[in-house]
Design a protein around this ligand. Structure first.
Ligand code: 26Q
Length: 819
């Protein structure tokens, strides 16, 4: 395209220092003497960004030249965190930049902290999208992320008197140096209005949608730097703007406020991330967000395709579109609309193209989290897409009835329309039938998909569901989060594992080497000290780094069972007070995570953790034997400090309910031992690290299902288990909340009456396993050997491996693929 190949830039500290000062001077208007820390961050970012842009152009030119298949990853969430350290690390600039800044007395590690997290996601699903973006760039897949540029990301959490308080997040206030607005890439998005049939002479009749409202989607691009900077991909986020920002006639006639109404309504679409990850929001604005970014992304994909190809009939040979859960599932109907109504394809050909282009990842089996939209809302907002969904449904049902002899009951089960409680569109079914491949995110979860939510569709399309176990990027979660451990491993086995993380297995034998174990343990100790400092600074609680750091960090949800962990803490507290003479292993129980603002029980669990911590931490009877800490505002940046500092990782969900988990992988990669249930990817972690190196307890998924069928309740278990009963009595008595003793009554009575999440059922097994771990921790040689085995054997859980599997089995794109 006539772009000159840029001059190679030198990576020595002199050149970098000169370029940073140049940015400071000419882009920021400060000199080194007057610059504040924030100015240095900005100048450094801009200098690094220049280098990224060079690689970015190279990558774009290469993709265009090669003409290979592109991968578009559609996700409502990208939970990226900070970007500077990641970019510098992947460009191999960490040491030169550090040195360049040091010449001006500026510490890289200090200024990095001033960058706000890009928190455009809720948790696992959003962070997975971020790891996948990094891994696509690192493994050579031409990947394009598509999502929403929320003005306000995931809320900031404060704890006031033990309770969660949600505060708005404002990551864009100081501007965002990583993004580039692309005014030329903007599309109109319609809502509402009417559909009418038109008949033009000599052409087949067709449907025309005349939306009542139109909004503009404007692209903002952020470069995604791969390992060693070899490839830079694009994350394209859409921002909503009014087509006519102020209605001039209204403005001129003196209605200054009325003139802004339209732009406020339009811009509301991308104003805020929905903070719910387990309950369907059901709000109109959410459906608007989903359609807005789906339509913008598809229009963009089609436009680029038509710039490079004669027509859309070969779309599926050139693009693979991955749907990250059902949030972009309306894309299936929208692509059909664009192909049939706008580009003149016949229905059958359009359907073939659509199915060949899309694939869909499911992330949950929880019934309350499955998306289904009321027909009347869908019809009002997206009338043409609703018609198309009916037509798709008719085709599927015809096929099922005629070719497979389905009866009414079976048809109802696969239907895209739920005729039950108020008619609704089932987004999971839509995504499934509109895709050629559907995947779960761990082996167990994929099996359960086949047996539960997609049982009937799986019977109809038995080759469609496959497994793609999640992974995490070792660049952010090992190299950047844990430079100490990365250095030790490099010394021991050389730097080969940095390019191929599975080579980390070469430290496996060093588990038997006492000197290596000691150095491994010393690094863990430093990381624990760093976390202890954070806890001391933020919460004025002192914790002893020689205690077991026992950590559960993740969204707060009943199925994740933070409550079980807290009950165990209370039981332990009780036992320590009753038996002070015993040889207790000191423990610090650390919690962090956010509750959806409307999720009452989850907020009660946060309150309980804080109340219990306040009482236990102040009790001289337990001294340093037990501490309970809830660290506020868990986010990616805090996770980067927490993961390397854990001795013990809590992965204790009710079996069958955690689709995969990815925190489990980050902890183990950094040498934590796992206490966990046979759930999600824990099952595969067990296979990889071996049963001596992971601590599994509790009911299996099928045992949980069985008990639920038998209407299991906690009462008889509680009656027969004194430690559990006493812990629950302590909660009910108001011991932890004397100001409001009944605060946790409903939380406790749920256990007696129902125990839906098997907290009582699993308590004893959990307690016993914790005591085994107490004992093991006193034999540091053994503990550290297991920790080394965990780090050594986690290479498979790299998102590079996940991405290569998607590329090979689903996308047929990327290095080594014919496409
Ligand atoms: C849906 C409708 C309306 C509003 C919000 C939502 C919504 C938003 C986010 C529903 C679900 C989510 C997020 C789900 C999620 O993070 N799931 C996790 O995905 C991880 C990556 O695959 C897994 O490791 C976790 O097990 C899974 O819980």
């Amino acid at each position: 395209n006539g772009v000159q190949k840029p001059e190679p830039r030198l990576n020595d500290p002199d050149t970098l220092a000169r370029q940073i000062v140049e940015k400071l001077t000419y882009s920021i208007g400060k000199n080194p003497a007057s610059a504040r820390k924030y100015d240095w961050l900005r100048a450094t970012t801009l200098a690094v960004r220049d280098r990224i842009i060079d690689h970015w152009f190279e990558s774009a030119d290469r993709f265009a030249e090669e003409g290979g298949k592109r991968v578009c990853y559609l996700s409502m969430e990208f939970l990226i965190g900070r970007m500077l350290r990641d970019a510098i690390n992947n460009l191999g600039l960490t040491e030169p930049v550090r040195e360049a800044l040091a010449r001006y007395g500026v510490e890289l590690d200090m200024i990095e902290l001033l960058e706000p997290d890009a928190a455009l996601g809720n948790g696992g699903l959003g962070r997975l999208a971020a790891c996948f973006m990094e891994s696509m760039a690192s493994t050579g897949v031409p990947g394009y992320g598509y999502g929403i540029r929320y003005v306000h990301g995931f809320f900031r959490q404060e704890i006031a008197d033990g309770a969660q308080v949600e505060l708005p997040e404002n990551w864009l206030v100081h501007g965002n140096p990583w993004e580039f607005e692309r005014r030329n890439a903007s599309y109109e998005i319609g809502f509402g209005g009417k559909v009418s049939m038109i008949q033009e002479a000599g052409r087949p009749a067709r449907q025309v949608w005349r939306p009542a409202e139109r909004v503009l989607a404007v692209a903002y691009d952020t470069p995604m730097v791969g390992w060693r900077g070899r490839q830079v991909n694009t994350l394209r986020l859409w921002s909503a703007q009014a087509l006519d920002p102020i209605l001039l006639d209204a403005f001129n006639s003196g209605d200054h406020i009325g003139a802004l109404v339209e732009s406020n309504k339009a811009e509301a679409i991308t104003r805020v991330l929905y903070p719910a990850d387990s309950h369907q929001a059901g709000q109109e604005l959410r459906l608007r967000q989903e359609y807005f970014f789906s339509s913008a992304s598809l229009q963009d994909i089609i436009r680029r395709h038509l710039e490079e190809n004669d027509n859309l009939s070969n779309l599926a040979d050139k693009v693979a579109i991955q749907l990250n859960d059902t949030h972009p599932a309306v894309s299936v109907a929208e692509l059909m609309r664009l192909l049939v109504d706008v580009h003149g394809f016949g229905w059958d050909e359009a359907w073939t193209i659509t199915r060949a282009t899309f694939s869909y990842t499911n992330h949950t089996l929880l019934p309350e989290a499955l998306e289904h939209w009321p027909i009347h809302l869908f019809e009002r907002l997206l009338p043409r897409q609703m018609q198309i969904i009916y037509a798709i449904n008719a085709g599927i049902i015809r096929e099922a009835a005629q070719e497979h002899g389905y009866d009414d009951g079976q048809v109802a089960a696969i239907s895209l329309i739920d005729e039950g409680n108020g008619r609704r569109v089932r987004m999971g079914q839509l995504a499934f039938v509109g895709s050629h491949a559907v995947n779960g995110v761990s082996a167990l979860h994929t099996d359960l998909m086949k047996q539960t939510v997609f049982r009937d569709l799986h019977e109809l399309y038995p080759d469609r569901i496959q497994n793609k176990t999640n992974g995490v990027t070792p660049r952010r979660w090992l190299m950047e989060a844990n430079p100490g451990l990365t250095g030790l491993i490099t010394e021991a086995i050389g730097p080969g594992f940095l390019d191929d993380i599975e080579k980390i297995i070469e430290i496996d034998d060093l588990a038997d080497d006492a000197a290596f174990r000691e150095r491994f343990a010393a690094i863990k100790r430093q990381n624990k000290e760093r976390l202890a400092n954070v806890i001391g600074e933020r919460m004025a609680t002192s914790v002893d780094p020689s205690a077991i750091f026992d950590i559960q960090v993740k969204r707060i949800h009943e199925y994740k069972r933070q409550f079980l962990n807290i009950i165990e803490a209370i039981a332990l507290y009780d036992q320590i007070r009753s038996h002070p003479e015993r040889n207790w292993t000191p423990r610090v129980k650390i919690f962090a995570g956010k509750a959806a603002p409307s999720y009452v029980q989850a907020k009660e669990i946060i309150h309980l953790a804080n109340d219990v911590g306040r009482v236990i931490n102040a009790d001289p009877a337990v001294r340093d034997l037990l501490k309970v800490v809830f660290i506020p505002n868990y986010n990616v940046s805090l996770a980067e400090i927490i993961m390397p500092a854990a001795d013990l990782s809590e992965q204790i969900s009710t079996a069958g309910l955690e689709a995969s988990g990815t925190g489990n992988m980050k902890f183990a990669l950094n040498g934590a031992l796992t206490i966990g249930t046979l759930d999600g990817a824990n099952v595969e972690m067990l296979e990889h690290v071996g049963e001596d190196n992971i601590f599994i307890f509790g009911l299996t998924a099928s045992e949980v299902a069985q008990r639920r069928r038998e209407a299991h309740s906690g009462r008889s278990i509680i009656d027969n288990e004194p430690m559990l009963r006493e812990a629950l009595d302590a909660i009910s008595s108001g011991l932890f909340c004397p100001d409001s003793p009944s605060r946790f009554h409903s939380l406790v009575s749920n256990l007696y009456n129902n125990d839906w999440w098997m907290i009582c059922a699993d308590f004893k097994a959990y307690w016993d396993t914790q005591r085994t771990l107490d004992d093991l921790y006193t034999r540091q040689d053994e503990w550290q050997a297991k920790a080394v085995h965990n780090t050594a054997r986690m290479g498979w859980f790299s998102s590079d491996r996940s991405i290569r599997e998607y590329a090979r089995d689903i996308w047929k794109a990327g290095p080594g693929q014919a496409g």
